[in-house]
Design a protein around this ligand. Structure first.
Ligand SMILES: [Zn+2]
Length: 84
């Protein structure tokens, strides 16, 4: 539980541009009557957005947590190893 919370703190949520924050998309499928005819009909189905998995937003790492910061954390841990 604690780890999940930590993950959420370090993540930022941005609105999904694919579905515009809706979480699902209207997918239009064209059903031609035949190969040599250009008449047919369209049908649309609502599909879950692949980009955000239906959440309407995408999780991105917070920009504050830089690679340098992580490297410094690692360096700190290596110079001061935790006692076991
Ligand atoms: Zn989406």
């Amino acid at each position: 539980m604690g780890r999940l919370k930590q993950m959420l703190i370090n993540m930022d949520h941005i609105k999904c541009t694919e579905c515009n924050g809706d979480g699902d998309l209207e997918k239009v499928t064209w059903h031609p009557q035949g190969f040599d005819r250009d008449i047919g009909y369209e049908s649309s189905t609502i599909v879950v957005c692949n980009e955000c998995d239906g959440e309407g937003f995408i999780e991105v790492p917070k920009p504050e947590k830089t690679g340098l910061e992580k490297a410094l954390d690692a360096l700190c841990r290596s110079t001061h190893p935790p006692r076991v």
